[in-house]
Every structure is written in C-alpha cells, then in structure tokens.
Write a protein that binds this ligand. Structure first.
Ligand code: PNW
Length: 451
C-alpha cells in the first residue's frame, strides 16, 4: 500500500470567491454602486453585456452555499467584502445592513466549522471614489484604511485571517493601463500612481488592523511566473529578469524589502514622475505581514528580441522583449497549463524573501461544463503536486484555496467561463457539485493525493 503525498497536518484546505463575482443584490440593503457596476453596464466592456446584478444570488443563498462548502469538507473559505455595501459612498458613515450580511455569513461559516478568510478589496471600488480620482488619488488609500477598520470593528472578534487587497497588479494595470477591467482607463501614468496608492492603502490598512488586534495579516498578489523562452539564451534570461523586476518586484520589494527596486523606480519616474511618492510611504507599505497570498494560474514566457514592441500597456518598460503566446495544453481562458511555473515562483519567493509564509489564495482553471470534469481535476492535481514539492524543498506554504467554489462572473468574460467546482445553472440558480468537488473532498479528507 502506498501512502501517496501527504500535506502537513495544519495545512489549510479552502476555496475562494469574490463579492462582485457571486453576490448579486447590487442595489439591495443600501449598497452603493461600484466601478464594476458602472463598467459592466457600459456596452462593449463585458462579454455579452453580462453584469453582476444577480450573479450567483449568493447574497440570498449564502446559507445553502455554506452547506455545500461543508459537504465538500472545506476547512476554510476565502471571500471578499464589498466596500460599497459597507460604505455606499466609499467614505463617511457605515451602512449597517451591509455589514449585517457578512456578520450572518461569518456566523454561518463558524456553525459549520469553516474558518473565514477575509479579503477587504477584490476590485469593487465604490463609484463615488472613482469619481474623485479612484486609485490615482492618494486619499483613496486613507479611505480604504477607514473602511478596513470599520469592517474589523464588526467582524474582528470572529475572523482571524485578514488580507487587504486582491491582486493590486490587476487593479492598477488592467484597470488603468489597458482598461480591460473597471474603471477602464487607458493611461500608463494613472496606472503607476494607482499602483503606489494601492500599496499605500495596504500599508495604512495593515496598521489599522494590527492596532485593532488582527491575528493574521496579509495581502494577495498575482506574481507572474516569468520564464525565459530559452534558458540557455542570455538575452532571454535577461528579458525574464526585467519582466520579473517590473511586474513582480515592483510589488514584492516595497512590501517585503522596504522599497521599490531602482529599475522600477526609474520606470515610475519616466512615466508618472515621483511626486506622488512621499518619503514616509516606504515605511508604511513595509508594515510587517504574517502571510503572503499568492494567486497562480499560468506561466509567462519571454524572450529578448531587439525591435519587439514589448508586452503592451499592462507591461510598460518591456520594449525589446517578446511575450510568447501560450502553447501546449490550455484552459478555456487560453491560459497555458504549467504547474512547474508555480513551483518555480514559490522557490523564487522563498529564496529572495526568506522567512515569508505563503498561502496559495487562488489556483484553478476554467473549463466548459461538458461531460466529466477531468481537466479541472488534473489541473488542480498537478498544481497541488507542485505545492507539495515546494513544501518538500523548504518553502513555507500554509494552505491552498481553490478558485473557485462556484461558477461565477468572470469579469470581462462574464458568465462564459466556468471556474467553479460547483456548477451554477444561472437560469434556476441550482447548484450541482462537479466531479472536481467530489475529488477535492477526498483530497481534503486524506490530507493529500495518491502517489
Ligand atoms: C484572478 N490576467 O483574476 C482574480 O483574483 C479572480 O477574481 C478571477 O476570477 C481569477 O483570477 C480567474 O481569472 C485575474 O489577465 C484576471 O492576467 C485576469 C488576469 C489575472 C488574474
């Protein structure tokens, strides 16, 4: 009999969602509008004009949904809090009915023995704050910290794990540079200012949460697993180093090493100036965290090629670098399936920022809902093996959150892409466990995989 791959005893098994992607009820109980309401209601921005107005109707079905989580055996559930539910104007008075929802959700999770992991910002900025400059405005960082404190005041007695932002790279670049996400702006200077104010928001909120006694504090990033097209080519290795610096270290270093890398700072200066960066910001942003959330889906292959236009608006400063199209097996998003990318990334973080505890806060895949769910099972199985290997090699990985618990609103792709281990029939709101959910239940129950 073989024992297979066993994870550490305290390893956290979970699944993740985000408010705008599942809740619906966008006009109920005093919720204010967010940039995703505005964006998705703007023709041409989201596939087939889909919006989050109903989504999975989780706002009303949360109790049954928590029941399904318990059936799957989830130990932990990562969800996000909708800022415009809690503060409809973004700043100013709290809307108690908005907080009531999360209060009920947290209590229901505890009744089923599921540990809540809160994300305070998963992209749904209150529209009134965007009207005042959004993430390009320094004040937004202070408003975020106020909002974080208000949420902690209500839930802090029952929530142990707090993360501030989900994927600030996406908020900054997809939101303000390429504009494929809300608020849909296309201005590289705005993106770099947004990036800094997002980091500042994290730091200020971390200060508030820590002072209020939050037990475990973190932030979730989506670092690119940047790999050279040809590892024996010096030009390709250099291209990978540059992209790693400008898209990953531009976040990692201020958070974990006290400041932007010089090359990143040069890029910021050339595109946005440095006036928005104040002297004491570095210290605020580097507030100690307890856990780094890592979201991983696919690798990025790059090559050094003179004359190449670079990676486009989401990758400023990469002229002369070619971003290779995904190849080999792909998910329904067109993303390359490569668990080795996750292993490489985890080892790199471990080597460059020693002592960092990591949670995989998202990993998973979209596949069409037809027939057996083997592609998703094989994707997750492969990536869990990579996580296990990383742990074996000494990386401190504390847990894994599968994206996603439910099929949901996949941002610019609307409901066309299905990441859930639970199928949602959007006509009837009927939920059905996919084969991957049954498989994940057995993984959790065994605390591991077959050899
Ligand atoms: C993440 N990209 O989004 C988000 O945290 C989730 O809300 C989302 O549903 C999930 O991954 C799947 O997409 C990303 O274009 C969206 O590089 C787009 C990109 C990266 C992450």
């Amino acid at each position: 009999m073989t024992l297979g791959l066993r994870f550490p005893d305290e390893f956290v098994w979970g699944a993740a969602t985000a408010a705008y992607q599942i809740e619906g009820a966008t006009r109920d109980d005093g919720r204010g509008p967010s940039i995703w309401d505005t964006f998705s209601r703007t023709p041409g921005k989201v596939f087939a004009g889909h919006t989050g107005d109903v989504a999975c109707d989780h706002y009303y079905r949360y109790a049954d949904d928590v029941g399904l989580m318990a059936d799957i055996g989830l130990r932990s559930y990562r969800f996000s809090i909708s800022w415009p539910r809690v503060k409809p104007d973004g700043t100013g008075p709290v809307n108690p009915r908005g907080l009531d929802f999360y209060d009920r959700l947290v209590d229901t999770l505890h009744e089923r023995g599921i540990d809540p992991v809160v994300t305070l910002y998963h992209w749904d900025l209150p529209q009134p704050l965007e009207d005042r400059g959004g993430w390009t405005a320094r004040e937004t960082a202070s408003w975020f910290a106020e909002y974080a404190a208000a949420v902690h005041q209500r839930l802090g007695d029952r929530v142990r794990v707090w993360t501030t932002l989900n994927e600030p790279w996406c908020s900054a670049f997809l939101g303000y540079a390429s504009g494929i996400h809300a608020p849909g702006r296309q201005d590289p200077a705005a993106a770099l200012k947004a990036l800094h104010h997002l980091l500042l928001a994290h730091g200020l909120a971390a200060g508030e949460l820590r002072a209020a006694g939050a037990e475990t504090l973190g932030i979730t990033l989506n670092p690119s697993a940047v790999r050279p097209a040809d590892p024996d080519s010096a030009a390709d290795v250099e291209a990978a180093r540059v992209v790693h610096t400008l898209s990953n270290r531009i976040f990692f270093d201020p958070l974990l090493a006290g400041g932007y890398p010089p090359e990143a700072l040069e890029l910021i200066e050339s595109l946005a100036g440095l006036g928005h960066i104040h002297d004491h910001d570095a210290k605020t942003i580097a507030a100690p965290i307890d856990v780094l959330g890592v979201n991983y889906y696919a690798p990025t292959y790059v090559a050094g090629r003179k004359g190449s236009p670079g990676g486009g608006p989401n990758n400023p400063g990469t002229e002369g670098i070619e971003f290779l199209p995904p190849s080999g097996p792909l998910t329904d998003m067109g993303w390359q399936i490569e668990p080795a990318g996750l292993l490489g990334l985890l080892e790199q973080i471990h080597a460059d920022y020693p002592g960092t505890s990591i949670m995989i806060t998202e990993n998973g895949a979209a596949f069409p809902h037809t027939g057996p769910d083997h592609d998703r099972i094989s994707y997750v199985d492969g990536h869990l093996r990579a996580v296990h290997e990383a742990i074996t090699r000494g990386v401190d990985v504390r847990g894994y959150f599968l994206w996603s618990f439910l099929d949901n609103f996949e941002w610019a792709e609307g409901y066309a892409k299905r990441f859930g281990i639970v199928h949602v029939d959007y006509q009837t709101q009927v939920r059905t466990l996919k084969e991957s959910a049954h498989w994940y239940r057995s993984v959790i129950a065994r605390n591991g995989l077959d050899a």
